[in-house]
Design a protein around this ligand. Structure first.
Ligand code: ZN
Length: 133
């Protein structure tokens, strides 16, 4: 497994519309998609910079993963997503090296990508996502 690039940075925010304003008006980026991912209890907004995206995450439920994250740690970087050729294989390779997985098998994330997470306890504190098309 060797990731080709950082597919996106996931950033937890309290208010999607307010945060979009910052990225558009201050950084001059353009939000090209807003999508609700019911499974993860979030609304997401996407910006493109080269091959990498920024994914803003606003919780739709205080008990959801992003709701709990913001409650505990405030707004900020939530995860890094690496683009891989095969999410299942990347998860299996990591598991074989003793890394604790959150997802044993890929699931569907925003933009219909196949995603899977590694546990931050095993990755020096960074919630790590693999994704592929
Ligand atoms: Zn992500």
């Amino acid at each position: 497994m060797k990731p080709t690039h950082i597919e996106h940075l996931g950033i937890a925010v309290k208010n999607l519309e307010e945060s979009i304003k910052y990225y558009e008006e201050v950084l001059g980026l353009e939000c090209y998609n807003i999508e609700e991912v019911k499974d993860q209890k979030v609304r997401t907004a996407f910006f493109k910079l080269g091959d990498t995206k920024i994914e803003l995450l606003e919780s739709t439920d205080p008990e959801g993963p992003i709701g709990k994250f913001v409650e505990k740690r405030g707004e900020g970087i939530h995860h890094i997503a690496f683009a891989v050729e095969d999410t299942q294989k990347a998860l299996d390779d990591a598991a074989a090296k003793g890394i604790q997985l959150i997802d044993k098998a890929p699931r569907k994330g925003a933009e219909n990508l196949n995603i899977g997470f590694l546990h931050p306890k095993s990755t020096h504190g960074v919630l790590t996502e693999f994704c592929c098309k």
